[in-house]
Design a protein around this ligand. Structure first.
Ligand code: HEM
Length: 277
């Protein structure tokens, strides 16, 4: 729509003839852009303040804190993504903690949490110690944790350094843990038992490491051993790790399935070799 002749001075085309206009309009545009960026940053900060109101610095576990055999959950507690004392954790706290601490998608965080509460048969608040209860989620042939001693009902909630060193030695390149290293580690651990791990717990064990590969392993799913040491042994989020990748349920299932297929292939090969002589 063209402006009436008397109002032509209202048009930007009229003013653009004068260089002062271009200069002023550019300054205004730059100024507005700066304000918009600032508003965006402020809203991002206030959003993160609303969603993560806590201090997420690292504080190692105290003797009185409740802790589990799960390095992921102990780390969340050490960083305050779930209650630092490891007690009174409701399912909403845990879902949020998994999303904020490790950038899990909501379906994955909800699946792990609700599945965990179901296997524990606890539908109210939990303490991390509850997770040590043997044969609920906790299982035999863990890669870095021992089984309960004798007839004890609960497994230890600290890593076994010898087992953990064995896991690190499974790294083929001596720098990272890949999914084929995990495959070898799981076959090695499961072979040390006369009674095989049951199918549900075998699936859980593969899922645990599929999560680790996805969360800390980058696009190639190779976890730097330095990160693994800090996370498993100190239960601390590695300083130079950022949750830039969102881990999904689909990716976790895909990796766990690949681990199972490769484990079965190794087991079949080993069985054939032993029957052949
Ligand atoms: C980011 C999510 C998670 C990751 C990366 C993760 C990772 C792991 C890993 C690697 C282990 C094996 C430790 C070992 O073999 O020595 C483990 C064990 C365990 N996790 Fe998690 N976990 C996650 C979430 C959960 C959740 C939501 C629960 C329960 C509500 C849970 C409960 C357990 C338990 C009970 C064990 C002990 C199993 C055993 O080794 O006997 N984890 N987890």
């Amino acid at each position: 729509m063209s402006l009436p002749r008397s109002d032509v001075w209202l048009s930007p085309t009229f003013w653009s003839r004068f260089s002062i206009y271009n200069c002023v309009s550019e300054t205004i545009t730059t100024y507005c852009r700066a304000i918009l960026i600032r508003l965006h940053l402020v809203s991002a900060v206030s959003l993160s303040e609303r969603t993560c109101p806590h201090d997420h610095s690292y504080v190692p576990r105290k003797a009185t804190d409740s802790r589990s055999p799960c390095p992921a959950l102990n780390t969340l507690a050490n960083h305050g993504f779930i209650p630092r004392d490891g007690r009174g954790i409701n399912y909403k706290d845990l879902i949020k903690g998994l999303q904020h601490g490790y950038n899990l998608s909501y379906p994955l965080a909800a699946f792990l949490t609700l599945g965990g509460y179901y296997l524990l048969k606890q539908y109210d608040d939990i303490s991390l110690d509850d997770l040590c209860r043997h044969n609920r989620i906790e299982h035999i042939s863990s890669l870095a944790h021992n089984d309960p001693v004798g007839n004890a009902e609960y497994a230890p909630n600290v890593i076994d350094c010898e087992l953990f060193d064995e896991l690190l030695k499974d790294s083929a390149d001596g720098k990272t843990l890949s999914s084929s290293d995990v495959v070898r580690a799981r076959v090695r651990r499961e072979a040390t038992y006369d009674v095989p791990i049951d199918p549900v717990h075998a699936e859980i064990a593969r899922g645990e490491m599929a999560l680790v590969l996805g969360i800390f392993g980058g696009p190639e799913e190779k976890v730097p051993l330095d990160h693994l040491r800090v996370w498993f042994a100190e239960e601390r989020i590695p300083d130079d790790w950022l949750p830039v990748h969102q881990q999904t349920l689909r990716q976790t299932i895909k990796t766990a399935t690949r681990i199972r297929t490769q484990m079965n292939a190794i087991k079949t090969r080993e069985e054939r070799r032993s029957t052949d002589g």
